[in-house]
Write a protein that binds this ligand. Sequence first.
Ligand code: FE2
Ligand code: FE2
Length: 235
Amino acid sequence: MKQLMITAWMITGTVFLFSCNNSTEKDSAMKTPVETKDTSFKPTEMLDSTNAIAKTIENIQAAFKGETTASAKYAAYSKKAVEEGLHEIALLFKAASKAENIHANNHKSVLMESGVAVPVIVPEFTVKSSQENLEDAIKGETYETSTMYPDFLKTANVAGNQLALISLNYAYKTEKKHKVMYEAALAALLNNTVKSLPSVFYICPTCGNTYESKAPSRCGISMTSGDKFIKIITL
Ligand SMILES: [Fe+2]
Ligand SMILES: [Fe+2]
């Protein structure tokens, strides 16, 4: 059986593939370089604007899927917290679910403005105990804020896609707050102090920004007037 070895050389943003065959056939030891259009080899820093434009659309589609799934998942986690008698944690999950829904709709708008088909998403997740659900939520928010959104923002910046930058930035800044809120909720659950957690949340309808206990006069991310905020106080 023939073994195939592929060597990739990256020269000023262009990928060349050399195909090497370990068979005894002398004339097949080295093939002529073949230029490919595969952008998967390129780190963000090496994307040219043409590739970044296409990659940004892919990223927004992925972000739309992620936010749609997160919204459905947190709504289910909220119901689980109700079952466990954890009212304040259920409210937090409900508030975050609403925020993720706003992010999904913003990303959807970017796709529609770009004339791109909006993918049909069937959310897939597993509901466990509220402690495990909080741990899962922290993991998800950590990935989004440390890896996914920073990378997507860099690419959108190279692409010069202003709508994508706005939508991605709204989500990125909100998810950083969600991460802190989930960490506080998990600590309270482990310390038996859940009743001390906030029992009122305010969501900015523009960017999903999430406030505990009190709404400001203007959103700290999108400057939306505080009187437009969505108040989450009941389950
Ligand atoms: Fe979030
Ligand atoms: Fe906002």
